[in-house]
Ligand binder design. Structure first.
Ligand code: GDP
Ligand code: GDP
Length: 461
């Protein structure tokens, strides 16, 4: 059975337009006179790598009179009953109307998962209307323009989070090359926490020459895998090697340094930041491999900072651990140094390993998968706001020139990495120290060590 998704909302918000967009045919009649009678229709929808059956509930007659409202309600309920997910549409330009509230109540009571969609939000019009949408209590509005085909990637992501079953299997994945070439996040597919492993984890091992990257990757993959790399013709275009670890699939970024291993003079090369950049953009999780005897020089800090700026998860591999004598002391030193020099990646796992002896590599992989899970984590809005309330009670935001900054509401707007939006008034005056207070609180409360956390402050105009 394909996943069934019902498009619900008051008349004229753009349900049929969205239906057409998803089904890809001019099937529905679009008319901007409210009350045009249409049949309830179903169609096969495709959106990114999602496939589902879409149900349009636009066949609702409208008048101002209350009995008709009741009839609309009955029809909506019938459509919802057979749906796995509801797309609840509002008109971002009109904001939230009493009719929206009426339908929202029907939707809420049904208990069917819902994605709130603020339509007609082309070229950023309707931001205020989308903001009002939060008040419906149906989660974060996804802003789209059905007519202008905008915001569809965000919509796909929101749908995939609720009904991951709608995603095509991984071998039809088309996002990969785009993500590597452009490094743009908007085009990537969502990997919700619980289905994150339906696709391979993308891993890069980065470090200075001689840190032990090739040795580690060989230990992970088995010798032959890498030896198949350097043949003429294929290597230049090959950017990743597939492998599985405990039945979980992984794509590991194949750096030039690893492939040219045999050439001694490469060892003299510095770790180039542009190579690092490619690898970081490719990866979801970056293993920064350092020599335990001499960790964290400038280049490594630069790479770790790049990982943070690009929004990837970080695991620090402390290699050549077999050569370290006072291990407890060394580990404490490294941890202290790391937290001091890279506070923005606080709590990233530090895993001692010996690539040569094959020791600790399983722990390293566990840490990588755990980091990936955190990176994909979504914090429910209700929990988030309960936390926010407490955090604000303990430390109210300061007053700026006599007027209080007000923080009202928080919601997670994105994953990979976790990205939160905080709404309120005069937030542009909020001191950085307060933003850090919030980010640190989020990190601790929701257990998100070692991943970048984004926080946007939004004050409606
Ligand atoms: P329905 O009654 O909810 O099915 O709404 P329709 O799909 O019939 O759309 C109602 C009106 O809104 C039509 O005039 C559409 O052209 C218009 N409309 C739909 N989507 C958009 C959009 O994204 N932006 C703008 N500006 N208008 C839209
Ligand atoms: P890369 O330049 O980062 O790819 O580093 P290599 O994998 O070529 O390793 C550089 C040198 O460090 C080689 O001589 C390896 O044998 C050695 N090496 C790598 N891993 C370890 C380790 O865990 N312990 C020890 N003692 N030596 C290692």
């Amino acid at each position: 059975m394909p996943v069934a998704i019902a498009i619900v909302g008051r008349p004229n918000v753009g349900k049929s337009t969205l239906f057409n967009r998803l089904v890809g045919r001019k099937l529905a009649i679009v008319d901007d006179r409210p009350g045009v009678t249409r049949d309830r229709r179903e169609g096969d929808a495709r959106l990114g790598n999602l496939r589902f059956t879409v149900i349009d509930t636009a066949g609702l007659e409208v008048a101002d009179d209350a009995s008709l409202l009741g009839r609309m309600r009955a029809q909506t309920e019938a459509a919802i009953a057979s749906a796995d997910l509801i797309l609840f549409l509002i008109d971002a330009r009109a904001g939230v109307t009493p009719a929206d509230e009426h339908f929202a109540e029907v939707v809420r009571r049904s208990g069917v998962p819902v994605v709130l969609v603020a339509n007609k939000a082309e070229s950023r019009t309707g931001e205020a209307g989308a903001y009002e949408g939060y008040a419906l209590g149906l989660g974060t509005p996804v802003s789209i323009s059905a007519e202008h085909n905008e915001g569809m990637a965000d919509l796909a992501e929101a749908i995939a989070e609720q009904v991951p079953e709608a995603s095509l299997p991984e071998d039809e994945d088309v996002a990969e090359t785009d993500a590597v070439v452009s490094g743009e996040e908007g085009e990537e597919e969502a990997i919700p926490e619980d289905v994150g492993l339906a696709r391979p984890l993308r891993l890069a091992v980065i470090g200075r020459p001689n840190a032990g990257k090739s040795t580690l990757v060989n230990a992970l993959l088995g010798e032959e895998r890498l030896l198949t790399g350097p043949e003429a013709g294929i290597t230049r275009d090959t950017i990743s090697v597939d492998w599985t670890w405990r039945d979980k699939r992984i794509k590991v970024f194949d750096t030039a340094g690893m492939r040219k291993k045999a050439r001694i003079d490469d060892k003299l090369e510095k770790l180039s930041v542009s190579d690092g950049m490619r690898a970081v953009r490719f990866a979801e999780v970056v293993v920064l491999l350092v020599d335990a005897a001499a960790p964290l020089e400038k280049q490594e800090l630069q790479i770790a900072d790049l990982v943070e700026r690009e929004g990837r998860a970080l695991v620090l591999g402390l290699n050549k651990w077999d050569l370290v004598e006072d291990r407890n002391r060394r580990l404490a030193e490294v941890r202290e140094m790391f937290e001091r020099l890279l506070p923005q990646m606080r709590g990233a796992p530090i895993v001692p390993i010996s690539g040569l002896a094959g020791q600790g590599v399983d722990k390293l992989m566990e840490a990588a998968f755990n980091a990936h899970r955190i990176w994909n984590r979504r914090v429910p809005t209700s929990k988030l706001n309960r936390w926010l309330e407490g955090a604000l009670e303990r430390h109210p935001p300061p007053a700026v020139s006599g007027r209080r900054i007000k923080i009202r509401y928080a919601t997670q707007v994105k994953t990979r990495p976790p990205h939160f939006a905080v709404f309120g008034t005069q937030l542009d005056a909020l001191p950085d120290s307060f933003t850090r207070y919030l980010v640190n609180g989020l990190r601790e409360t929701f257990d998100m060590p070692g991943v970048p956390i984004r926080l946007s402050l939004r004050s409606p105009k």
